[in-house]
Ligand binder design. Structure first.
Ligand code: UT7
Length: 348
């Protein structure tokens, strides 16, 4: 029984929507800003272009709200029926209030609970793990999880090692009690704070508050020791995917899709290889959106939705700053092609 006396329910993703800003930042444009080339970026990361949110006064909430509005419209969900909104982000509009608070207001949800989750690139997996508990206990019937990041706000466009990788975007999912027994079966979340030194933003928090000096020293940008992070990412994403497969008695041939965090094409390929999955069963969007941090996984689901069938088995896996990492095992709860067709029909 759940906290309010209801029977435990399997949570399921019942809709997905994505938002990407219009501006396309190409490798060619980056090669005019820093000493890099399309060939290096393509070969070392798989990225060809990424989206950047332009516009005075627009923060992560703008993209999150667009994704949530689209999700509610797409799933025919009245805003008043949403019980809880969770936003996974590393680039909140403000230190406080939370970006989830702002999105809820912009979209007209309410009365609603809302909060942010900060787990860097693993944020979406952390957030669906939390959302699942609210559904399973019966405390909530409709939870929106949005992964949104305006990475361009914290990227140093004079640092070629980081500026080529990241992009902006948002993706949202609706989580409800399963209509058919399909849904989220298991989630593993992990962290190791000792990894902080390899990937963090040095100033702007309570340890080193903003000052003229921190700005002059360019400490408000992403600091990433790429090779060290790469080593951990390669090991941990495969390890956590193997763990969740083992504890759910899954073999590679039973998995229809791996949905990996999109940090580097080589990390994605290595994870798939270690899991024994061919690349045609792996969702990849990195070539067009780059690394959008908490948004990569929901944006993959949005991009591939038409190809998802009821009962498809998916493994979600991520690794990121913190360090944090995690994986989810879920089965898809609806026919993606039919949902897309129905949406087109309603719009026409
Ligand atoms: O999503 C959160 C978690 N993040 C990740 O998972 C990212 C993990 N790391 C990576 O994906 C890779 O480490 C990067 C893509 C960031 C870098 O690729 P790499 O193959 O590991 O390069 P590196 O940092 O070891 O640098 C190799 C060389 C260096 O030159 P030297 O010292 O060998 O002369 C760099 O200065 O490549 C140079 N380099 C570049 N050259 C051209 C670094 N960035 C660039 C660039 N263009 N943009």
């Amino acid at each position: 029984m759940g906290a309010n006396g209801q029977t435990s329910k399997r949570p399921a993703i019942t809709g997905v929507y994505g938002y990407l800003p219009e501006y396309v930042l190409t490798n060619a444009e980056l090669a005019r800003l820093v000493d890099t080339s399309d060939a290096w970026i393509t070969e070392r990361t798989g990225i060809k272009e990424r989206r950047i949110l332009k516009g005075e006064g627009l923060g992560t909430s703008h993209m999150g709200a667009e994704a949530v509005r689209g999700l509610l419209e797409r799933t025919g969900t009245p805003p008043a029926e949403v019980d809880l909104l969770i936003c996974a982000t590393t680039t909140p509009d403000f230190v406080f209030p939370s970006t989830a608070n702002l999105i809820a207001d912009m979209v007209g949800l309410g009365p609603v609970g809302s909060f942010d989750v900060q787990a860097a690139c693993s944020g979406f997996i952390y957030a669906i793990s939390i959302a699942s508990q609210f559904i399973a206990t019966g405390q909530c019937r409709k939870v929106v999880v949005v992964g949104a990041d305006k990475m361009s706000a914290i990227i140093d466009y004079t640092d070629r090692a980081t500026c080529v990788i990241f992009g902006d975007g948002a993706g949202a999912v609706l989580i409800e009690p399963s209509p058919n027994g399909e849904g989220i079966f298991d989630t593993v979340i992990r962290s190791d704070g000792a990894g902080m030194i390899h990937l963090h933003q040095k100033a702007g928090g309570s340890r080193l508050p903003p000052s003229a000096e921190t700005v002059a020293k360019r400490l408000h940008y992403v600091h990433q020791e790429g090779a060290a992070v790469y080593k951990f990412a390669i090991a941990k994403m495969a390890e956590v995917a193997a763990e969740i497969m083992a504890r759910n008695n899954l073999r590679a041939d039973m998995i229809q899709w791996l949905v990996p965090h999109q940090a580097n094409w080589r990390i994605i390929e290595s994870t798939a290889e270690k899991m024994g999955l061919p690349m045609d069963r792996v969702m990849v969007t990195i070539q067009k959106y780059g690394n959008t941090t908490a948004a990569t996984i929901p944006l993959c689901l949005w991009d591939y939705e038409r190809r998802l069938k009821t009962g498809d088995r998916l493994i979600l896996a991520a690794f990121g700053g913190g360090f944090t990492w995690g994986a989810s095992y879920l089965t898809w709860a609806y026919d993606g092609a039919a949902a897309a067709q129905e949406h087109r029909r309603r719009l026409s």
